[in-house]
Structure formats: C-alpha cells, structure tokens
Design a protein around this ligand. Structure first.
Ligand SMILES: Cc1ncc(COP(=O)(O)O)c(C=O)c1O
Length: 386
C-alpha cells in the first residue's frame, strides 16, 4: 500500500517537545493514573488489579467486562458487536480495509482527520469529498451530500463532532444521511471520536449511528472524551458479524489490546460521568477565554465557534502561509497552533480547547503578541507610501 504522509502528525512531532503552550491538541487535558484513582469509587481494588494482573496477552477482542461496559453506552449494541482496538485509528483502518476495494466510490467528510481520506485513497478508491466550507459557516450541508452520492457508492464517512471545525450533526441531519445511504445501499462509518464532548449549554449530541441503522458503524475512543490517549484504546461498535470480521483482520495487525490499558479503560467507563464533568469545566473555562481573546483581537484573527467537541479553525488576517505562521509560533512563541494547510485550508490555524485553562490562556496571549508582531513586520509597501 502506498500512502501519503500524515501531514498533521508529522508537523506536530516536529514541535511537540519544544513548545510550552500546546493549544492545537485534539484531546482534553489527559488524566494521570492518580487522577483516575481519585475519580474511582474503589481505588484500592483498581490498584490491586493493576499490580496483580499477569502481563500476558489479553483477550483478543478486549475483555468481556470492557466490551459489556462499552456496549452499555449504546442502546442497540451487543458486547459481541464491540471490538476493542488500538485507538480509533486502528478501528478506522480495519474498517476501511474490510469495507472498501480498489475502484469503490466513497463519500468522505472533508476537511478531516487525514486518515479518513488518505486510507481509502491508498486502497485505490474514488473519493468524493463532502466539504464543510467557510461559505457554509463550516457546517454540514445535506444537499451537497445528496449531490455527491451515486448509485454505486459503497461507503459514507462522517465525523461528528468534527475535527477540525467543531461542527456537530443533529439527529435530524443524521436521519437524512441514513435515508441517503438507504437509497444507494452504502454503509456509514461514523467516526465518533468526540462523542460525549458536548459543550455546556450546547445542543444535544446526535445519537450514535450504530443505534439507528444496521448500515451504521460507530467508532469510539478513550483518547478524546476520556482524556486517556496514552492507553491507546478505541473500539468499533457494529453488528456482531462485522465485529467478527474486523477481529479476523486485526489478528494480523495488533492482535489484542494492552492488558493494563484494558483494565484502566474499564475503570474510565465506570467513572465517565465524573470525567465528563471535569471536561465540562475545562471546556467552559477555555471557551470563555477564547471568546474574550477573539473579541479583543478581531483585527488579527477570527473563528467559527465550535458547536461541540474540542476543535475549531481560526482564520488569520495575515496572508503569510499558515505553515510559516505555525512554525514561527512554535519556534518563537513556543505555542502550538496547527497549520490549516495540512487540512487543505490555507489562511487558517487549528485550535483545540481541551488544554489546561491557564496554559490555554497563556498560549492565546502569546499567539496574540506573535500575530501582531507579524502584522507589523508585513506592513504592505503601499501602506508605507512606497
Ligand atoms: C476524528 C478522529 N478520529 C480518530 C482519531 C484517532 O484517535 P485515537 O487516539 O483513538 O487513535 C483522531 C485523533 O485525533 C481523530 O481526531
């Protein structure tokens, strides 16, 4: 398989050890083991389990306890329909390889977490991008999806809440998407990595697609709403038959989840209401800071506020290429804001609102100073009377 470079991942690894204020991160402030123990109603039992678990291979599909707990977060999913994977990234990778063949047509949301577009292309599929555009206020346009789908379309790929715009599908829109998939017989892969990251006072989150239609497959992860990306645990929620096929492919990739991660993930599902309450506080604080910052800096940047999830695109007033701006911010201000160009959106930076509130505020303060200095440096010649 020949595959494009993962632009965002490569860019982030260039700077992640140098920056002091990472406000591009796609997740919520990660929990420590101590944080998880503090949230747990039975910290001693958890500690004992962690210390006494033989570090052998784990149950290949994920432990039954974890699959039951995850199935319990849906209305319509059997534990045998859950396959625990190495992050949502493995879940998506397996599904693309199961559901798509060279020459197949897929309609995929764009911009997107690059994997969603690059893997189907690497498989040799014809990809139609369902674009969220600045003109539509970075929102899902169902009419456009209807235009893109063909009688032979095999797969529709959606992601809500959306990385990188913060758009969020409503239940009504999801039902329209299902009707469109029914018409052409396509499956729907719904990357729900940000499910659960509702904004305080924001609209309700759409129902997981797997609960609404047999065509629907939901992908989830502990990386975003649970603040546990280091566990590298995600999952597929689908029919038992499809989960079984994904499992058969996974035998060749990662075999089984990491045992300690499986146990910690189980604890996280058990205390998820407390983790989500912590998320609400972080999101509310950072949204307030961001709103104030954008109001005070309207001459250098603007944004379409995220409806849900943790990400949004920040539009720059400068015409300096976004990669140059992002490199300069990382090098000189030690702030990470991701270049929009890696999503195909020049003139934008991606911002994440999941960081620790004081670091988030400091990151924006430094970003403001840097963008302002850039604006001064680049005073156009005609403005100087030349
Ligand atoms: C939309 C989306 N899907 C999947 C992933 C992969 O997440 P994981 O850490 O669970 O592999 C990410 C990570 O940023 C993402 O943003």
């Amino acid at each position: 398989m020949k595959i494009e470079r993962f632009g965002l991942e490569r860019w982030m690894t260039t700077w992640e050890l140098d920056v002091e204020c990472d406000i591009a991160e796609s997740g919520i402030l990660p929990l420590t083991l101590d944080d998880l123990l503090a949230l747990s109603p039975a910290p001693d039992a958890l500690t004992r389990d962690l210390h006494h678990t033989p570090l052998g291979y784990s149950e290949a599909r994920g432990t039954l306890a974890l699959r039951q707990a995850l199935a319990g977060t849906y209305a319509n999913v059997h534990p045998d329909g859950v396959l625990v994977t190495t992050g949502a990234i493995e879940a998506n990778f397996l599904l693309f390889n199961l559901l798509l063949n060279p020459g197949d047509h897929a309609v995929i949301v764009a911009p997107a977490y690059q994997q969603l577009l690059s893997v189907p292309r690497a498989i040799g599929c014809e990809v139609s991008e369902w674009r969220l555009t600045p003109e539509s206020g970075f929102r899902f346009d169902i009419k456009e999806l209807r235009r893109l789908v063909r009688p032979e379309t095999k797969l529709i790929v959606i992601n809500s809440p959306h990385n990188p715009t913060g758009a969020s599908l409503s239940d009504a829109q999801l039902r329209d998407i299902i009707a469109i998939a029914d018409d052409c017989g396509a499956m729907i892969l719904s990357d729900e990595a940000y499910r659960g990251l509702r904004h305080p006072g924001g609209p309700p989150m759409a129902t997981p697609v797997v609960d609404l239609t047999p065509r629907g497959i939901s992908v989830g992860t502990f990386s975003k709403p649970y603040g546990l990306p280091g566990l590298r645990i995600g999952w597929i929620a689908a029919s038992p038959e499809l989960a079984e096929r994904a499992w058969a492919m996974r035998d060749y990739v990662s075999l089984s989840p990491a045992k300690l991660s499986d146990r910690l993930a189980l604890e996280a599902v058990r205390v998820r209401d407390r983790i989500f309450a912590r998320n609400d506080e972080i999101i509310a604080a950072n949204l307030k800071t961001a709103r104030e910052w954008f109001a005070a800096n309207a001459d250098i940047a603007s944004w379409t506020e995220p409806v849900a999830g943790l990400l949004a695109l920040m539009k720059l007033a400068t015409d300096v290429p976004s990669m140059e701006v992002a490199d300069g911010l990382a090098r000189e201000a030690k702030v990470m804001l991701a270049p929009g160009s890696v999503f195909g959106y020049e003139g934008y930076l991606r911002i994440g609102i999941g960081q620790r509130p004081d670091i988030f505020a400091e990151g924006l303060r430094r970003a403001g100073a840097y963008l302002r200095s850039l604006a001064k440096e680049r005073v156009p010649a005609d403005a100087m009377g030349e």
